[in-house]
Design a protein around this ligand. Structure first.
Ligand code: AMP
Length: 280
């Protein structure tokens, strides 16, 4: 497995595979990889002849007061992790490679990006859509893999691919959790021991919500109030949002129904964590 830092080298490698008639899967990440990313790579391996993992902490998707500088990075550990899972290539560009001087083209979506995380992170999805479409152009994969952990991102990428006629399949993969329920995230490393315990309030609220839905709760406001009350029991937690939305359009829903997304963002100390579930 090789690490390529330039767009040209990555393109040459993919072109050689294509000439042999091989299919290509892409797993876009920001690195500091864990089993959540690993599940995407494994699925991509099962469904494609070759797998590219991109590792790029994309400056464009961070707001001015967010954690771009402190975002954890460990390319050597990531290399070993990808190698073990059988990835074929890591694309690991510097920001200057992705955003050359004078860069001024963006993929800007409305509607889906204006809810949930889009409210507290106004530039985030413009950065995500722009970098992901660049990655799609560079690698030209048959399939690209995204986690349900970032449910809004997954819905947005699916919509972008549909709207802009991008010729690939977007594959969603289930949330991978720690044994105690916390959704795996590179940002979990920010948590101290006390905060790590407090962070379990997110998965507790998810389980409570899932149980209420399976017990037949139909009123989304009752569901959300109970989940919020559960989170508010934790003194270190501060709710950004807990919302019920349509799983495709991200528009708020009053009544519980199949494929509805119940999503939350909660600060534990200074760390903003997200979690969600989809109603069966
Ligand atoms: P990130 O490196 O955080 O940008 O994540 C890269 C990809 O991995 C995104 O599609 C995420 O949704 C996915 N991912 C991150 N954490 C998890 C997890 N715990 N379970 C499943 N997918 C995940």
């Amino acid at each position: 497995m090789e690490i390529k830092k330039t767009i040209q080298e990555t393109r040459e490698c993919v072109k050689a595979w294509r000439e042999k008639g091989l299919s290509v899967g892409l797993v876009p990440t920001m690195g500091y990889l864990h089993e959540g990313h690993g599940s995407l790579v494994t699925k991509a391996k099962q469904e494609n002849d070759r797998v590219v993992v991109s590792i790029f902490v994309n400056p464009m998707q961070f707001g001015p007061n967010e954690d771009l500088a402190s975002y954890p990075r460990d390319i050597e550990k990531d290399r070993a992790f990808c190698e073990k899972l059988g990835a074929d290539l890591i694309f690991h560009p510097e920001p200057e490679e992705m955003y050359t001087s004078g860069f001024c083209s963006y993929v800007d979506m409305s509607v889906l990006t204006e809810e949930l995380c889009g409210l507290s992170r106004p530039v985030h999805f413009r950065g995500v859509c722009t970098v992901v479409s660049k990655l799609f152009h560079i690698v030209q994969p048959d399939r690209a893999y995204f986690g349900q952990k970032d449910a809004q991102q997954l819905a947005i990428i699916k919509r972008m691919v549909l709207d802009l006629n991008m010729d690939l399949e977007v594959v969603g993969c289930p949330i991978v959790r720690e044994e105690d329920g916390l959704a795996k995230s590179s940002r979990n490393t920010y948590l101290n021991t006390e905060e790590r315990k407090a962070a379990l309030v997110l998965s507790r609220a998810v389980r409570l919500g899932e149980k209420m839905v399976s017990d037949g709760e139909k009123d989304a406001s009752v569901l959300l109030a109970a989940m919020k009350a559960e989170i508010e029991k934790e003194p270190l937690a501060r709710i950004d949002y807990v919302k019920a939305v349509d799983g495709l359009t991200m528009q708020p829903k009053d009544m519980v129904e199949a494929s509805m997304l119940v999503a939350m963002a909660v600060y534990i100390g200074k760390t903003r964590l997200i979690d969600n579930f989809i109603c069966e």
